[in-house]
Structures are given as C-alpha cells and as structure tokens.
Design a protein around this ligand. Sequence first.
Ligand code: UT7
Length: 317
Amino acid sequence: MKIIGTGSALPALTVTNDDLAGFLDTNDQWITTRTGIQERHLLSTEDLYDLAVDASIKAIKAAGLRPDQIDFLLVSNVANRHVTPGLSCIVQKRIGLTCAGLDINVACAGFVNALMLADGMMKAGRAKNILVLCAEEPTKYCDWHERDCSVLFGDGAGAVVLTEGNAFKDVQLTMISDRDVLYYERGMETTPFEQHYIKGQPLVMKGKELFKTAVSESAKDIQTILKRANLTHEDITYFMLHQANKRIIEGIRKIVGGPEEKYPTVIEKYGNTSSASIPILLDEMLADNKIKAGDKIVMSAFGAGFVSAACLWEWEF
Ligand code: UT7
C-alpha cells in the first residue's frame, strides 16, 4: 500500500509553558529542557469530533477521492467522552463516508498498528482505499492540579488515505504487559454485586521508567526492521518517531544512529498528541515538500501498555 493523502487538525487554542506556569508549580525552562515542548493546542470551543472530521476531510481531498470512494475507516483513539459507540461510528456520517469502520486502542502506537491492519486488509482484497484516522484528546485524562502529566500533552488529529501500492515494506509490533507504567482508569457504573468498584482516576505515569522502556524498545523495533531489510541508519531519510519527549527521540537517535536532521519533530508546537503525533508530523512534512519518491522512512511509536511499533516505507506518490 501507499499513502496518497494526509490531513491534520489542531484546536484553535494555543497554550504556552508560561500560561501553564500561571496556575501550576512549573516553569518554561523546566518544560523546555526536560521535554522540548514550548506550546501545545488544547480543545476549548471545539470538540474532538470536529478535529477528527476536519483532518479526515482534508486527507480525502488531498488524495483526490470522494468520501464514498473510501472502503474502510480505521480509527485510533485512546478515549473520548463516548465509551460507545466507537469514534469511527460517531464521525463516519459527518466525514461523508458510506463504508464500515472500527476503532482500535493501542495507545500512542495506534497509528503504526492501524497501518498494519490496513496492509492486511488490502492484501486480503477487502478494501482498496482505507482512511486511517488518529484523533486524541489526552489533555482530558490529566489531573490539571498536578504538573507531572498535564504539561506533556496536547490534543489533535491526523489522518491518512491509503491505497494499493508498494511503499509499505515492513512492520514490527511489540507488547509487554505492564499496566502500571502508564494508565488512565475511567469510572463505571456500580452494580449491587460489584466488590471491586473503582471510581476512576486521572492519568498515572511512572515517567522515568517509561522513558527508559520507550528508548530501549523503540530502538529495538527500529533495529529489527532495519536488519530485516538489510539496511543501516545511513539508508534512511527520516526516522519519524512518536513525539512524546525530545529527549526520548534523542535517546533513540543515540542508539540507532544518524544526524538530528533525520529525526524531525513537531513536539515543540504540539506536545504529545498520542497516536496522532506521527500522522500530524507526516502531514506537515509533506506540506513542506520534505519527502521525495524513493525516500526510506522509518516510523516508530510507543506508549501505555507497554506497547511499541515500527514500520518501514519506501515512499511512492
Ligand atoms: O506517550 C508516551 C507517554 N509518556 C512518556 O513517554 C513520558 C516519558 N517520561 C518523560 O518524558 C519524563 O520522565 C518526564 C518529562 C515525565 C519527566 O522528566 P524527568 O527528567 O524524568 O524528571 P523527573 O520525573 O525525574 O523529575 C525531576 C524533577 C523532580 O524534582 P526533584 O525531585 O528533582 O526536586 C520533579 O518533582 O523535576 C520535578 N518536576 C517538575 N518541575 C517543574 C516534575 N515535573 C515537573 C514540572 N515542572 N512539570
């Protein structure tokens, strides 16, 4: 398969580190040096569904298709205010789609996992044109009285349209069951029989542990992909990594190799937008004409689970 259209959408409201320092015990210097984040976009007047629809319509237009030519919708979303129906059902009609779809939750690694599913569907002949949409509002999982998680995230959506082609070369998925490193528990209704009722609580993160696992597992996935393709970092034009922390990207770069220019970032502007971070980055790089036919691109993401995933492209337009 190959990507023939991309789109992204960010909330209108920009929140700087100084804005956060106005009500949290934090400061611009700490956030910038520890994470690379300078500002992020937060949902205020719009909702996640608006972003999801906007990014999708842009991607379909960029692909030169009509919505009714999309054969399947794959949505990556960790959580939104509806537990059911799935986000794919909620936005399908507003995008103008007539096809079926489904939601996956593989945390920040959702985009690469969705690509794996799209590739399988296409190879099985079940769909020709697939829309992959990543729409996330991680700022809604954080406790905004605490500084540990709330400074890291931003909201956003990124979408790609895939069709038949030979650009997608390989994919590597990793899952290491470790709930405690990063989790967000939603409250549920209680029953007269429930003995383990949990009210729900905001995002809990063991930052340091997660940092180390993210660097080592993402680097491992990338090295596995490179080895299988008989390539080295020198053959790769870009490593497009999940935008969780600039120091994590730097840690992966130190293991995998290559100059900083090969590891593009948008984390400065958007913070960690969960599974939307790679498609948003991709959309901006394509808009800036930074990607040429034949470029070899590695994507790699990691997140709650612990999960990680990497894939290899040889770009075709
Ligand atoms: O999408 C995947 C999800 N998330 C991640 O991948 C995140 C992975 N982890 C990280 O990115 C980093 O571990 C963090 C950015 C979360 C934290 O950076 P760190 O360098 O590991 O800092 P730390 O947690 O060790 O904290 C260092 C100090 C502490 O103070 P003391 O004990 O040294 O006095 C913290 O209390 O920084 C303090 N601190 C803050 N200070 C100002 C922690 N958060 C903040 C804050 N502002 N927001």
